[in-house]
Design a protein around this ligand. Structure first.
Ligand SMILES: Cc1ncc(COP(=O)(O)O)c(C=O)c1O
Length: 391
């Protein structure tokens, strides 16, 4: 039997035992304990929906927000819950006004749904989306920073960046660049969909005007939980995509920003209310809590990447760009490889089209086991022509 190098355990999760699950990144996976808490909360809700949705709603939301704010290093008054990062990005972009000739800058690794939102607001105002090209693999900070900087002009009115990219799984060095752009009066929207739970965050000190991040991915909260952090000077100008009671609320005990986002119509709020349980559950999985969990996932991602590189030799981005995910180019492949790996080898792993290349992205989380990694390595040898050690 081979040595256990990636030593995850499945029992805290209810993942299908028949599947090698290497795609935590797309939708996360919620541990049993958190789902049990959500079931309890739903039972309480349904025992008296009026009590839960009126009298208990706000105290429960505030408690969840306080714990979340502590986790992401933010002031609670600057944080609201949204269903997902796409909603967070849309709320910001659709609140802003652009003029014909304005430029909205992003880059070629950015997530398609969010670039679509950028295009939508650009088209309706006559603005233009500018897409900077960033190399992959990324070998140096400057190759990213300079690529963005070079496309900034006097007409740039907003920059959409990502903390961690999706297909290419790069943890980007955005802090100094964000500070520079904001210092030049250009607001930055940070799509940090993958960041909470994957890298430490200190949002109170971020210079970014806006940051959104999912909680259902790496915090492992139930689906439909994300945060939107808006710097105080912007809060009166940012509205949810759904206008509801908060818009004309006479209340003055909290900001209009929170009043508007905290209630966007009847919905199941239990995913938000489970965030404290998710933080405690995941933080309790390894000795050393969250910092140790993030570091361990990162070590696993690097280990898996190394093993894949032996099969598909290629130049890799330096380890500093790796978090809990790693992407590797699969020569000659297409996205169809992902379906084949599931069908023939019971491996759930995404293969994205990035430009003219296919990139396979692995996720490391505590449920990923040695046998899952071995299965992938073996399957790539069997399916990718020219793979090293191919049968
Ligand atoms: C970088 C990035 N932004 C936004 C999203 C969208 O997340 P959601 O579907 O939860 O809104 C994703 C999802 O994977 C992502 O990777």
């Amino acid at each position: 039997m081979s040595r256990c190098r990636v030593c995850g355990v499945r029992h805290p999760w209810q993942l299908d035992d028949a599947v090698h699950f290497l795609n935590h990144g797309s939708f996360g996976a919620t541990p049993r304990k958190v789902l049990e808490r959500q079931s309890e909360l739903r039972a309480t809700l349904e025992s008296n929906p009026v009590r839960f949705m009126t009298r208990e709603y706000e105290p429960r939301l505030d408690q969840a927000r306080d714990e979340l704010a502590r986790f992401v290093g933010a002031r609670p008054q600057d944080v609201v819950f949204v269903n997902n990062a796409t909603t967070g990005v849309n709320a910001v972009l659709r609140s802003l006004k652009f003029e014909p000739g304005d430029e909205l800058l992003t880059f070629d690794h950015a997530y398609n749904a969010c670039v679509n939102a950028l295009r939508f607001v650009a088209e309706r105002s006559g603005a233009r989306v500018v897409v900077a090209q960033v190399p992959f693999p990324l070998m140096k900070d400057e190759f990213f920073i300079d690529a963005i900087r070079e496309r900034v002009t006097a007409r740039t009115k907003l920059v959409l960046l990502e903390r961690i990219t999706s297909p290419t799984a790069l943890v980007l060095p955005i802090d100094a660049l964000v500070a520079e752009l904001e210092g030049r009066g250009i607001p930055v929207l940070v799509d940090a969909a993958h960041a909470p739970g994957q890298v430490p965050l200190h949002l109170e000190h971020t210079k970014a005007s806006f940051t959104t991040g999912n909680l259902h991915k790496w915090v492992c909260a139930p689906k439909g939980s994300a945060l939107l952090h808006v710097r105080e000077d912007w809060q009166s100008r940012i509205h949810p995509t759904t206008i509801s009671h908060g818009a004309n609320s006479p209340r003055s005990d909290r900001s209009k920003f929170q009043l508007e986002f905290d209630w966007v119509g009847t919905d199941d709020p239990t995913a938000y209310f489970c965030v404290p349980t998710a933080l405690a559950t995941m933080g309790g999985l390894v000795a050393g809590g969250w910092p140790a969990l993030m570091e361990r996932n990162r070590e696993d991602a690097l280990e898996i990447r190394q093993r894949l590189m032996h099969v598909l030799p290629q130049e890799l981005s330096p380890a500093k760009f790796v978090g809990s995910m790693a992407s590797i180019v699969v020569p000659g492949a297409t996205r169809a490889l992902s379906d084949r790996l599931l069908r023939e080898f019971a491996i759930e792993v995404p293969v994205f089209q990035f430009g003219d290349r296919a990139v396979l992205r692995v996720s490391a989380q505590r449920h990923v086991r040695e046998q899952d990694v071995e299965a992938l390595v073996d399957a790539l040898r069997k399916t990718v022509p020219g793979a090293r050690g191919a049968a």
